[in-house]
Design a protein around this ligand. Structure first.
Ligand code: BV8
Ligand code: ZN
Length: 243
């Protein structure tokens, strides 16, 4: 057990208001590829070629195929002990706990988390380019971009692409949680994408005790209170276990 873990556990246990900011690293042990680094989704592609509105309007079939491949893969993935630990924290703290995720895989909900701020959207939602209607879409037999049943428009993945602004309501709730929490967990994120990454610094500046959980150091490691190096699936259950 990392030497700093007992102190982090204690500070977390004392906090009545906790926020968690999650990135792709929390789903890695469930078999969901991360974005950056070895074996990452973007190892052979540039994000700008796949995760932007321009890429989709240039070649909707290519971009959709990438999301179809991810949906197919993720449909076989199960939540891991890190997701389950956060669902337990929500049960314990109720509305005192806010889960903010950059992930679009839906694994937090599968793990039992009920209130999840999916600030980068969801793979399991689509939005119509024609009428703008957003709906859930769980079908996996969709290798080509589907058409809107209401207006026949092209449906796009219900995720936030680079250059697109995040949902204002979700972002406001995430900012508020960062400002008011007494402790923040920052789990499995490379802390490079904005505005998500700045939520950790907002919490720190507002006086929260910030605990980073990652396999490696990140650009924020120097600004958090404690940086626990290791697998989220190992560390989170230890952090959350009842004393
Ligand atoms: C916005 C889509 C503007 C969904 C994603 C300069 C130039 C150009 C643009 C910008 C710029 N500066 C800022 C920007 C804006 C840009 C941005 O931040 N770019 C970065 C790259 C510089 N941001 C945006 O465009 C955002 N929108 O700013 O709007 C605006 C403002 C007003 C009005 C109009 C417009 C939109 C950002 C959202 C982009 N969408 N994805 C999808 O396809 O999935 S980003 C993508 O990266 C994912 O959403 C992901 O959430 C995000 C961050 O990645 P991570 O989750 O951190 O994952 P990563 O692989 O990077 O790291 C994994 C980590 O886990 C590692 O640290 C690893 O060590 C660790 N790990 C691995 N295994 C484990 C582990 N840790 C623990 N345990 C393990 N087992
Ligand atoms: Zn439509």
């Amino acid at each position: 057990m990392a030497a700093e873990l007992p102190l982090a556990r204690q500070r977390l246990a004392q906090a009545g208001r906790v926020a968690a900011l999650c990135g792709a690293g929390i789903s890695a042990e469930s078999g969901v590829p991360t974005f950056r680094g070895r074996g990452g989704l973007w190892e052979n592609h540039r994000p700008e070629d796949l995760a932007t509105p321009e890429a989709f309007s240039r070649d909707p079939a290519l971009v959709w195929r990438w999301y179809h491949w991810r949906r197919e893969l993720i449909s076989h993935c199960q939540p891991n002990p890190a997701h389950l630990a956060l669902a337990e924290l929500e049960r314990r703290l109720g509305r005192g706990f806010t889960l903010i995720t950059q992930n679009v895989d839906g694994l937090h909900a599968l793990a039992g988390s009920r209130e999840v701020l999916e600030i980068h959207g969801s793979l399991w939602r689509v939005r119509c380019l024609g009428c703008g209607r957003e709906r859930e879409e769980r079908r996996l037999d969709l290798p080509a971009p589907p058409l809107c049943p209401d207006c026949g428009g092209l449906l796009r993945p219900g995720v936030v692409w680079f250059g697109e602004s995040l949902d204002g309501v979700l972002l406001e709730r995430a900012w508020r949680a960062a400002h008011t929490c007494e402790a923040m967990l920052v789990i499995g994120t490379s802390a490079v994408v904005q505005p998500a990454a700045s939520l950790a610094l907002v919490a720190k500046q507002a006086g929260a005790y910030v605990i980073e959980v990652n396999l490696a150091a990140t650009p924020q490691s120097g600004q958090v209170d404690v940086s626990l190096l290791g697998l989220a699936g190992d560390i989170l259950p230890q952090l959350v276990a009842p004393s």
